[in-house]
Design a protein around this ligand. Structure first.
Ligand SMILES: [Ca+2]
Length: 111
């Protein structure tokens, strides 16, 4: 449960509403403090809070004349200025996208 990836959400949704001893029980999902042996909306609130604080990293590498951006999930935005305006990169989808540089400077973000 340490990384807030799509797998985390799948595990959490499978465990939601269970109690310790149930077939789908997963103690790693009992997130609210103190742990109470039930996966409920208090645990969901902790998961959502942690997830909203997390930011996926973008990995950048050069592939011949192109730049390859890699990220685990989310929508890739681009802008010519760090203050925006930001627009989605057409056709881009996780986990990677190759970009042919066309400007002196370009900014990317994941949302
Ligand atoms: Ca709980």
């Amino acid at each position: 449960m340490g990384k807030w990836m799509p797998e985390t959400w799948r595990l959490f949704s499978a465990a939601y509403g269970t109690r310790a001893g149930d077939a789908s029980w997963n103690p790693a999902c009992d997130l609210a403090t103190p742990a109470n042996g039930v996966i409920d909306r208090d645990d969901l609130a902790v998961l959502v809070g942690d997830w909203s604080q997390s930011r996926p990293n973008i990995t950048v590498r050069r592939v011949e004349a192109q730049i390859e951006l890699s990220w685990p999930f989310g929508i890739l935005d681009e802008a010519s200025d760090v203050t925006g305006p930001w627009t989605p990169v057409t056709g881009a989808a996780a986990p990677s996208q190759r970009i042919t540089p066309s400007e002196r400077c370009k900014f990317y973000r994941i949302r």
